[in-house]
Design a binder for this molecule. Structure first.
Ligand code: GDP
Ligand code: IMO
Ligand code: MG
Length: 423
């Protein structure tokens, strides 16, 4: 079998968690390949909402294997809280969750460095989730990182102390003072390692390749979105990992030749948390309506999400970078009562009209829009595509024609059941 990849094509929060949960029955293994507790993946079923940060969204299906890949960064304290929340509702994650020995650990000092660096950026701050993501990946690339596998070595404390000392030097030099009580923070961090140690640490590259060789179906679950990718996103307002399909290869140890479907998750409008360019952002009543009706508040930080119209220039760029084979369109139901809906087809940059996503955003971008009549019906009560309003189908067909990619699934509500599979 080939590895299928599911990822976000915008600035994150496209509804990846919900869609992975819906697709899980068709897979044997679900594997996260990058990011960490900056992610917040929401699932809803039986009237209950669950938010996952580090754990793959297949965890609620008790016959499926879930893997946290080498490309992920793990905060053991956040991980412990996720495990406790799962166990409280009767999910037994220990038997079907495996963690790569090569995944890196987030230390408390990584979070403080994150806060310090953001503060130093002033007006130019990224709007990081402050979960320690950037500093942890920095240490990984600088070859200073502390990996899951290190926790089970006899000299695990020496390794920790070495890295802690490096961080403390930088923090002290910069006059950074943590707001929290340090003893409490470190006690909590070391205690949380006990939860991690209940799990099997694996060589995920061997595990997943073996699964594929023996005919098992594996789905790679992306975090964040393509426009937050460290190489291809709106740099420097990005996260510190490769969120694109190629990241699934390095984040799990799978060769490009072993990849199959690339499922792109697209919200029917756009949102962004934190700073950075957002050409179709709305600052008016319509933006407010999208935020309110779409409950656009961060699953990780609770921050208000910036909202705007769907951007086809950015979407086509994401489709190209990822080689997307099919789209899952989410949250169109949020616009059920809109009189009209806009979609950006081009950018006007100076005198030029372009369909290219610019490498930097130094010149002002004016989006060019195509307007659609609103469907003015409750989409979420339907489960047959054919019965959906013509006005909505026109919107769907336009996206398909423009991108050249079929919309194979529609998510029309947060619940597992509110999903229409077309093909
Ligand atoms: P993720 O990070 O991509 O998994 O997305 P988030 O969970 O951060 O944000 C998506 C939000 O939209 C969550 O609150 C979901 O419950 C909700 N959601 C997902 N799909 C739909 C949908 O089709 N319609 C509506 N109304 N809400 C949805
Ligand atoms: P999911 O997986 C939306 C954003 C942050 C910030 C930038 C860098 O739920 O879609 P970081 O903490 O990585 O240093 O933040 O990236 N960001 C996300 N935005 N959804 C996410 O994940 C995000 N993860 C990071 O808001 O702008
Ligand atoms: Mg999210």
């Amino acid at each position: 079998m080939k590895l299928d990849i599911l990822l976000g094509l915008q600035w994150g929060d496209e509804g990846k968690g919900k869609v992975v949960d819906v697709f899980t029955p068709h897979y044997d293994v679900i594997a996260r390949f990058q990011g960490g507790p900056n992610a917040g993946h929401t699932l809803e079923f039986n009237g209950i909402k669950h938010v996952l940060h580090t754990i793959p969204s297949g965890i609620f299906h008790n016959d499926k294997v879930n893997i946290i890949g080498n490309g992920v960064v793990i905060d053991p304290v956040v991980f412990q809280k996720e495990i406790e929340a799962l166990e409280k509702i009767g999910v037994d994650p220990v038997k079907n969750l495996f963690i790569s020995k090569k995944a890196h650990l987030i230390l408390p000092t990584h979070k403080w460095l994150d806060a310090m660096l953001e503060e130093q950026k002033g007006e130019q701050k990224i709007g990081s989730t402050l979960k320690g993501i950037g500093p942890t990946y920095t240490d990984k690339v600088a070859r200073n990182g502390y990996r899951i596998g290190d926790v089970i070595t006899p000299n695990y404390l020496d390794k920790f102390s070495e890295l802690y000392k490096k961080h403390a030097d930088t923090l002290i030099k910069n006059g950074f003072k943590p707001k929290e009580d340090m003893t409490t923070v470190f006690t909590e961090w070391f205690n949380s390692l006990q939860t991690l140690l209940r799990f099997n640490f694996v060589d995920c590259e061997y595990e997943i390749n073996d699964y594929l060789k023996t005919g098992k179906k594996v789905l790679a679950e992306g975090a964040q979105g393509t426009l937050l990718d460290v190489d291809f996103g709106s740099y420097p307002f990005v996260t510190s990992s490769n969120t694109v399909a190629a990241g699934a290869c390095t984040g799990l140890g799978i060769a490009p030749s072993q990849t199959g479907r690339v499922i792109g998750i697209v919200k029917a409008y756009c949102t962004r948390v934190g700073s950075g360019p957002f050409p179709t952002e709305l600052f008016d009543e319509t933006g407010e309506q999208l935020r309110k009706q779409g409950h656009e508040f961060g699953s990780t930080t609770g921050r208000s999400r910036r909202c705007g119209w769907l951007d086809l220039v950015a979407l086509k760029y994401s489709i190209m970078i990822n080689g997307v084979t099919e789209i899952v369109l989410t949250k169109a139901d949020v616009m059920d009562n809109f009189d009209s809906i806009k979609v950006c087809t081009h950018y006007k940059i100076g005198k030029e009209t372009t369909q290219k996503f610019p490498p930097d955003f130094t010149t002002e971008i004016k989006p060019v829009y195509k307007e659609f009549k609103g469907w003015k019906q409750n989409l979420s009560v339907q489960n047959d595509y054919e019965l959906l309003p013509q006005t909505f189908k026109k919107f769907v067909s336009f996206i398909e024609q423009e991108t050249g990619v079929p919309i194979t699934t529609l998510s029309i509500g947060p619940d597992r059941e509110q999903t229409i599979i077309r093909h």
